[in-house]
Design a protein around this ligand. Structure first.
Ligand code: ADP
Ligand code: MG
Length: 726
């Protein structure tokens, strides 16, 4: 039997079975929350008080870690882990592949008497050596010095993960070369957290506030597709590229709009419940689940957390989504565009700046809090205006090229949505005119002399903006679903820190020790920022062609190609800001540029090879079989002197000849790549300008044939099957 049909039959024969809900499931979940985490409560209970307080100072105040406490922490961590069933520990880190990396070691070590003891020392906690020769370094590490080092991140709690019948203690780590160059995503993220803290505190000091740590917080909404594993395994393109390289549009797509927020299918819900149960144990505060717009597409969102922890947790969410799927006979696709012509998946990163007591992107109760809010908002607007292309670069990779600027995602032009009221407010400040509160709305006294009154209102919902103020937070919507959020958050922190730095310096100079000058200084500065940078503010529909033209007039860049966007990593303004803030050195930026270009090239090269292989070994044979059958029928009918329709045969033959030609052309173009090997950008451009369109032409012909060829002969599960069969 046709393998597709066999897979479908097997799916049909497997009825999902569920246990009944526990009578007290809520309290069980409440009890289980964070039960696998070496949490604050566990540390307080198990660490000597002095050690506990030292660790807390590092976590709460950002003080440098006093390594002398590591011995006590290691001991407590080991005992706790072993009591909870762990046999191994692993340093988990986030290399520039964007994936999670882990190296496991056993706690078990032989003693001198033929037995074994549990061993986990300070040294093993604090740092590990990882042969990094197979992880990307972009030239930061010569291959003869392939070692990389992992370093314990004390601010992100360790946890125990159960998999395949074993439990392992995971220790979140940074990863760098022996030169100290960051080879990962966490190190610059941590540096950016420090930068934003440093300069936000300067602003707070001007407002006479007590010194407190300022943290960036993030909440990341993850979109994903689920498909049956039996169908997945019949698609080499999904297996190796994460997206379909062939596949005609299904008769029914998402046009009926019956998916979004629809009732969740039981098989999917059972999967979600298991994911959530596991994530809850790991202390990931998952909150929301729902159907997304496309068939087979879903979303999970946690409650926001400190950004470094949110980023580690986001990696956990992605890996658990994928691992749990396998247990349910499903596959979770995190690619930005698994299906052509169907909405892709993104990851909205909600971001804000907070002290332990206040959200700095919220207008507050007091006049000072409102003025402060304006300064922080102005800093963000200025940062995006100056570094929009860098934000674009932070979401640039082959997968996201399919999504940005398509109908479901913001365009590759970075602008800021503020909403009507906030925009008006800035305009008012800029015009230096005060105004009456609007009738019927609660007015917030802005207080600072001459500043107008601010309406307490959540930002409007504008789903088309790449970077929207949505009340107390900005939502960065251009992030791709498969990406680590560490990169985009690091860029955001760094550029805002740089902007806060400039604004703080201006205010400090103008106030010059006399708090009486603060309000006038704030007003003048906010006006200057608005005059220079309001060009980046756009509240309208980002999808329209009119905006794309307008954006050009405003001098905002539209960068649809990842290859072009990535160049921003080494633009002079990027290098200046990143080095000024101590987030990335020029060497580290150049390495990233190199690594991301290389990644782009490899991604497309894999797709090109898959296109060839699937085209030649699956599509063409099926098509020629179909042709043979059609031809036989025509011949037989003619022998019987019956009317024979040859139009399908003619069309199939015409398309097949073209398909063969395009496959040959793709092979030729792929061979010519070698001429471009010397120059990485040139190589990447060639992939984008020559290879991608050649693949696309192959696909168009194959997809047309899919609509003509006998279904029984078609080897690849169709879009209809992939998207609608549960
Ligand atoms: P929506 O995007 O659909 O409006 P919500 O506003 O409820 O949904 O929240 C989306 C995400 O934003 C959640 O992860 C939520 O925790 C997060 N979020 C809410 N407030 C903040 C904040 N101040 N800082 C960072 N993230 C936040
Ligand atoms: Mg959202």
């Amino acid at each position: 039997m046709n393998t597709r049909y066999a897979a479908i039959q097997s799916i049909a024969a497997t009825l999902p079975r569920f246990a009944r809900a526990e009578p007290d499931a809520f309290h069980a979940a409440q009890q289980a929350f964070g039960s696998c985490v070496f949490s604050d409560a566990v540390m307080r209970q198990r660490l000597p008080e002095a050690v506990y307080l030292t660790v807390r100072r590092t976590i709460d105040l950002g003080d440098r870690l006093d390594v002398s406490v590591a011995g006590a922490v290691a001991e407590a961590m080991r005992d706790w882990a072993i009591e909870n069933g762990a046999t191994h520990y692993a340093h988990v880190f986030y290399p520039l592949t964007g994936l999670t990396a882990e190296k496991h070691d056993s706690f078990l070590e032989p003693d001198a008497h033929g037995g074994a003891i549990a061993k986990f020392s300070a040294k093993q906690l604090v740092s590990g050596e990882a042969d990094g020769s197979s992880l990307p370094s972009g030239g930061l590490r010569a291959t003869f010095e392939a070692r990389g080092y992992t370093a314990w991140d004390v601010t992100s709690p360790a946890y125990i993960l159960e998999a395949a019948g074993g439990r392992t203690l995971f220790i979140p780590c940074a990863f760098c070369a022996s030169t100290g160059d960051a080879l990962d995503k966490k190190t610059p993220l941590l540096r950016s957290m420090q930068a934003v803290d440093r300069h936000a505190r300067r602003i707070l000091a001007l407002f006479g506030e007590p010194e407190q740590k300022v943290d960036a917080n993030a909440g990341c909404e993850q979109e994903y597709f689920l498909i049956d594993r039996r169908l997945f395994l019949l698609r080499p393109d999904l297996i190796s590229a994460g997206r379909t390289l062939f596949g005609a549009k299904p008769p029914k797509g998402q046009e009926l709009e019956d998916q979004y927020y629809g009732a969740i299918h039981e098989r999917v819900l059972a999967y979600m419940i298991e994911c959530e149960r596991e994530l809850t144990r790991l202390g990931v505060p998952v909150k929301t689940r729902h159907n997304e717009v496309a068939p087979g597409q879903f979303e999970v969102a946690p409650i926001y957390e400190q950004a470094n922890i949110a980023s580690d947790h986001q990696h956990l969410v992605m890996s658990l989504l994928q691992r749990t799927a396998a247990k349910h006979g499903l596959v979770c696709l995190l690619h930005e565009k698994p299906f052509k012509g169907v909405n892709g998946s993104g990851k909205h990163v909600n971001w804000s700046l907070n002290t332990p007591t206040a959200n700095l992107l919220n207008p507050g109760e007091t006049p000072e809090a409102n003025a402060r809010f304006l300064v922080f908002c102005a800093a963000v607007i200025r940062a995006v205006s100056l570094h929009g292309p860098l934000l674009r670069a932070s979401v640039a990779h082959a997968g996201n090229d399919h999504r940005l600027g398509a109908c479901e995602a913001p365009p590759a032009i970075i602008s800021v949505f503020l909403g009507e009221h906030l925009t008006e407010l800035f305009e008012q400040v800029a015009a230096s005119a005060s105004r009456e509160p609007r009738h019927g709305k609660k007015a917030l006294a802005l207080g600072v002399n001459c500043l107008p009154l601010l309406m307490a209102e959540k930002g409007d919902r504008n789903r088309t903006s790449p970077f929207a103020f949505t009340g107390g937070k900005f939502e960065f919507r251009a992030v791709g679903s498969s990406q680590s959020v560490a990169g985009p958050i690091m860029v955001l922190n760094a550029i805002v820190a740089d902007s806060l730095d400039t604004l703080a310096t201006e205010l400090e100079t103008r106030v010059n020790g006399d708090p009486g000058r603060l309000s006038a200084a704030v007003q003048a500065l906010v006006k200057e920022v608005w005059d220079a940078h309001s060009r980046v503010v756009f509240n309208g529909d980002n999808y329209t062609a009119a905006w794309h033209e307008e954006a050009v007039r405003r001098g905002l860049e539209n960068i649809p190609s990842a290859v072009d966007a990535l160049a921003q990593y080494v633009a002079p303004e990027t290098i200046a800001a990143m080095t000024r803030q101590g987030v990335l050195t020029e060497r580290e930026l150049r390495a990233r540029y190199e690594i991301y270009l290389e990644r782009y090239i490899k991604d497309i090269a894999v797709e090109a090879r898959l296109t060839q292989e699937i085209g030649r070994t699956l599509v063409l044979p099926a098509v020629s079989q179909a042709q043979g059958r059609l031809a036989d029928t025509v011949l037989k009918l003619r022998q019987l002197e019956l009317p024979a329709d040859t139009s399908t045969l003619a069309e199939v033959s015409r398309l097949t000849v073209s398909l063969q030609e395009e496959l040959n052309l793709l092979a030729e173009i792929s061979r010519e790549v070698e001429a471009h090997h010397a120059c990485k950008v040139g190589h990447a451009r060639y992939m984008r300008e020559k290879v991608v369109p050649a693949m696309e032409r192959v696909r168009e012909l194959a997809d047309a044939l899919e609509g003509l060829v006998d279904d029984v002969l078609w080897p690849l599960p169709t879009y209809q099957e992939l998207l609608f069969i549960r």
